[in-house]
Design a protein around this ligand. Structure first.
Ligand code: ATP
Length: 246
């Protein structure tokens, strides 16, 4: 599986937010989309999941575009939004059943996987509850369980860490690593740079809707000409931001 974004110009109106974005996400790779507030991370993700239409350029998953082959395109992808989207009138069990139906999964197999995910995120005893009434972090965990039970080829995850407790953060990171080993690709936006540095294989540094630079951590250190630099140093250095954190 390869997601190819090529020369993407786009945004919410005729004035583009994204200006000529190109990068790839390949099978078995975790790509970190890095940027400050307003850099264009969510806008990029909204284009990838098809909420926005490119003004120029293309987004292709294994040869399929959203325009020409929407079913193939969408079937390869699971998306975890920054703000959980849940159905007011459905229980946790029904959210899982709905995901199984929407992705056409084998019910028995998918439920086995769901049970292990529910256990991992400490939700096993909440199946008859309504997630719309859960705490913020618990809602986020429901989105994680539903996304990961699909065993997608590509996971698109928008800022996953902010609402999660340390245990859930650790479990999500482990899950990402095990899906990566299975051969899944992950595109993850975040400004938690220390976590990204540790867990991503490749970085796309966005600033004001443009790619400042992209590469592996080693390649970024070479561009920044400092072999000791952290991802935070590199990002802030390259975007000329002033920081009090060194
Ligand atoms: N619905 C919208 N309508 C119009 N402009 C928008 C909309 N959402 C975002 N923008 C603009 O697009 C630009 C990029 O925003 P985006 O949400 O992609 O940033 P981000 O990198 O995800 O930031 P954050 O870290 O704060 O989530 C900003 O200038 C923002 O004002």
């Amino acid at each position: 599986m390869t997601l190819k974004i090529n020369g993407l110009v786009g945004g919410y109106s005729q004035v583009p937010v994204l200006k000529n974005i190109s990068f790839e996400v390949r099978a078995g790779e975790v790509v970190g989309l890095i940027g400050l507030n307003g850099a264009g991370k969510s806008t990029t993700i909204n284009h990838v999941i098809g909420l926005l239409t490119p003004q120029k350029g293309s987004i292709i998953i294994d040869g399929a575009t959203l325009m020409k082959d929407p079913e193939t395109y969408k079937s390869k992808m699971a998306y975890i939004p920054e703000i959980p989207v849940l159905y007011q009138e459905l229980t946790l069990r029904e959210h899982i059943d709905l995901t199984i139906m929407a992705y056409g999964l084998n019910k028995g197999k998918a439920w086995l996987r769901a049970e292990s995910l529910l256990k991992m995120f400490r939700l096993s005893n909440k199946l008859e509850w309504f997630p719309a009434n859960f705490s913020k972090g618990m809602k986020q965990k429901v989105m994680i369980v539903c996304a990961f039970l699909t065993e997608a080829e590509l996971y698109v995850i928008d800022e996953p860490f902010l609402g999660l407790d340390p245990l859930a953060t650790r479990d999500l990171l482990n899950l990402i690593q095990s899906e990566k080993k299975r051969g899944a690709a992950v595109l993850m936006s975040t400004h938690v740079l220390s976590t990204a540095q540790e867990h991503c294989d490749y970085f796309v540094l966005l600033h004001e809707g443009k790619i400042k630079t992209q590469g592996t951590f080693e390649e970024l250190r070479n561009v920044y000409q400092n072999q000791q630099a952290t991802l935070t140093d590199i990002y802030l250095g390259l975007t000329q931001e002033v920081t009090n954190h060194g």
